[in-house]
Design a protein around this ligand. Structure first.
Ligand code: NAP
Length: 286
């Protein structure tokens, strides 16, 4: 029950019609009997700074998630950022520290936890193909690099973005594990065959009308295919991968684990991950 002592958590983004975060976090608060509530706050970019200022004044602020399109811009309004947020260059979690408003990014560690727990996959020494070079890809690259992936083929429609991201990441690590490619690269089919994991971090698959990113009949059955999209739960890529005999995971896996890490920051309690998983819907399909 919401009362006078209830702490208020929220997700800031635009649009938010399809978000499952309120469902997941309210189920988690209820499971632990915590006096918290989590609500969607649909905010356009031009309103972000005013909303952040209001959060500073809110004495019952419990914490917030930040999603598209605010993850980068929100950083300029904060008092401090964690090392993960600095390294990824984006924030997905807000919390109060003393009287200050701080930003964290749980996407990278949440992604790795989901790979290990839901996918039973350890990236160390593995070859990965990552489709997309936007905000989600940055968190995934950071996390896979920390975990010692051997090679990451970074494939993007705009090759220049993949090249820039790969060269900045290779410069930071002093290794050349990131290799940029276009979808039309003649080596694409061979590289795909040699990988253990394929991740889709593009927005292709969100709409039923999207054309496929490549010929999905090329998918080898040995691949684990992880689509960061969760609405629809089964994208055309995941459907094709299942037909080819691959293991598949959808974006609910990452949603749950990045959310669990945010929950822990806000409440200082161990998150009820199983309950959060049940609340969001199916992650694995056979
Ligand atoms: P973003 O920064 O806007 O990046 C979008 C990426 O998609 C870019 O690489 C873009 O390529 C590519 N793309 C868009 N349309 C394309 C097309 N028609 N053909 C080929 N490539 C196309 O978005 P983001 O924040 O990284 O998010 C990407 C996806 O990850 C979204 O679907 C989002 O829902 C999902 N996501 C899920 C979670 C989770 O918890 N499950 C968390 C974060 C994000 P260009 O560079 O060529 O434009």
């Amino acid at each position: 029950m919401i009362g006078g002592r209830t702490k208020v958590c929220m997700i800031l983004g635009h649009p938010l019609k399809h978000t499952r975060s309120p469902l997941m976090h309210n189920a988690a608060f209820a499971a632990l009997g915590l006096d918290y509530v989590y609500v969607p706050l649909e905010v356009k970019p031009e309103g972000l700074s005013a909303v952040i200022q209001a959060l500073r004044e809110m004495e019952n602020f419990g914490g917030a998630n930040v999603t598209v399109p605010h993850k980068v811009h929100v950083m300029e309004y904060l008092d401090g950022k964690s090392q993960d947020a600095e390294a990824i260059g984006a924030v997905n979690t807000l919390y109060k520290r003393g009287g200050e408003l701080w930003g964290e990014n749980t996407d990278g560690r949440g992604f790795i936890a989901s790979l290990q727990e839901e996918g039973e996959f350890l990236p160390q020494g593995k070859r990965v193909m990552l489709l997309g070079a936007g905000g989600a890809a940055r968190a995934v690259i950071q996390a896979l690099t920390w975990e010692g992936a051997e090679k990451i083929y970074l494939v993007n429609r705009t090759l220049r973005k993949a090249e820039e991201l790969a060269s900045s990441s290779n410069r930071e690590t002093g290794r050349s594990s990131l290799v940029p490619m276009g979808f039309d690269d003649p080596l694409f089919p061979d590289r795909l065959q040699e990988c253990h994991l394929l991740i889709n971090s593009t927005s292709v698959g969100l709409s039923g009308d999207d054309s496929p990113l490549f010929d999905y009949r090329l998918l080898p059955s040995t691949l684990l295919v992880y689509d960061l999209i969760y609405d629809p739960e089964l994208t055309p890529l995941l459907r094709a991968a299942r037909q080819q005999g691959c293991g598949i995971l959808n974006g609910l896996a990452m949603l749950v684990h990045q959310g669990a890490l945010s929950f822990e920051i806000w409440t200082q309690r161990r998150p009820p991950v199983e309950r959060m998983r049940e609340a969001v819907g199916p992650i694995k399909f056979t």
